[in-house]
Design a protein around this ligand. Structure first.
Ligand code: LMR
Length: 391
């Protein structure tokens, strides 16, 4: 039987981790997978998380199962940060998932079970979105999120897509820090999107994987609140892998807003059943650490300060890149206006390959760069490589 299986290529983005590690050049630059790095190139455990982990180690007296919903203290502790001043009046609850990926997977499963067959999404997007949606059996309809050449967000394409979408279709939206383009909707555009989604009775799935890494929790949650305040039902896939630096611990949650609080019990029972069939129960350690941080004012303050310094550093890198304005086909000025960990550069696959071969610069095949992979020391080397390959 197994000889029937065709070998699959390694995930192109994750493969970069190993390729980079195997490169012995001192001047190599890792702009690949979405992991935050300090100005020294390190990805340390957050101090707030270290302290929470120490408490967990001292106080946790059992590793017994919690159930498919995971740590509900964690799930509920995230809600005020996610929702800000939006009061769901008992219409939102969730469950813990293995990372934001698990949340997207469960969201797709739930949509399919609820009768959704088609989902609209802007491209380029996180490559795993389409893989997950297709694996579940949802038909993906795409529209252009951004024109990479001009670095302009294509709002007309979104409007045209939403216009074509039919009641009962779902639409996937990145809440903030768009992956991979870094190009987010303005508040006015979010209001417009929310009105259309509500008027056309589309089902919004909002992926919030980089909350707090753009302009802070309040600003980064504007789009989410704009949509939630206008629609009867919505799904939110939330990740703590980036904003708590817990990547390999796989910490996420899926939230569902129902039309009335009375519908929550049935929806949650469906989520629990789907989780049980997928992974049974999510891993505990990372989510418990997040809960401990959020339950403690002192640790929360340390965490917020750490996030603020991450934002400031990424803003600094963006400004430094933007100061170069344009190099060949690459509009670097736009990078200064974008948000979060990523931007996409207008480069051909040959240019991306040459950057890797000749300059040790590792970036995704889409031209996506991880802003946190830059340091004051390596930007000149990157610019030199960019000049050479675009000459
Ligand atoms: C990324 O886009 O680099 C991250 O979200 C990591 C991943 O799982 O792809």
């Amino acid at each position: 039987m197994l000889e029937q299986l065709k070998a699959q290529p390694a995930d192109a983005l994750l493969a970069l981790i190993k390729l980079y590690a195997a490169d012995e050049r001192a001047e190599k630059i890792d702009l690949g997978v979405g992991v935050y790095r300090t100005a020294d190139g390190a990805t340390p455990v957050f101090a707030a998380i270290k302290a929470a982990e120490a408490r967990l180690l001292a106080d946790q007296n059992s590793k017994s199962y919690l159930g498919p919903e995971g740590d509900m203290g964690f799930v509920r502790a995230i809600m005020p940060w996610m929702l800000g001043d939006f009061d769901p009046a008992g219409r939102i609850d969730g469950l813990q998932t293995p990372g934001g990926t698990g949340a997207v997977r469960l969201a797709a499963d739930l949509l399919l079970k609820a009768g959704v067959r088609r989902i609209w999404m802007g491209t380029p997007s996180w490559p795993n979105h389409v893989q997950i949606l297709n694996a579940v059996g949802l038909a993906c309809e795409t529209f252009r999120h951004m024109d990479v050449a001009t670095q302009r967000l294509d709002f007309n394409a979104l409007e045209a897509a939403l216009d074509k979408a039919e009641a009962g279709d779902a639409v996937l939206l990145h809440g903030c820090c768009h992956n991979p383009t870094g190009a987010d909707y303005s508040e006015t555009q979010w209001d417009e999107i929310a009105e259309t989604v509500a008027a056309k009775r589309l089902f919004p799935l909002i992926d919030l994987a980089y909350h707090g890494l753009g302009h802070g929790f309040e600003a980064d949650g504007y789009g989410l609140r704009a949509v939630l305040s206008r629609v009867p039902e919505a799904l939110i896939a939330y990740s703590c892998d980036k904003n708590f630096g817990l990547y390999r611990e796989r910490v996420g949650a899926l939230y569902v807003m129902t039309e009335s609080p009375a519908q929550q019990a049935s929806v949650q029972s469906n989520l629990a059943a789907l989780a049980r069939a997928n992974w049974s129960m999510p891993p505990d350690h990372g989510a418990a650490s997040v809960r401990i941080v959020l339950e403690d004012e002192g640790l929360t303050k340390i965490w917020l300060d750490e996030l603020a310094s991450m934002r400031a550093r990424m803003r600094g890198v963006r400004d430094a890149l933007a100061a170069h304005q344009a190099i060949g086909s690459v509009n670097l000025a736009a990078v200064g206006q974008q948000n979060g960990l990523f931007s996409v550069l207008q480069l051909t696959s040959e240019q991306i390959a040459a950057l890797r071969a000749d300059y040790g610069v590792y970036m995704a095949g889409s031209g996506r760069i991880n802003i946190a992979g830059f340091t004051d020391a390596n930007i000149p080397h990157f610019i030199e490589g960019l000049r050479a390959v675009t000459a």
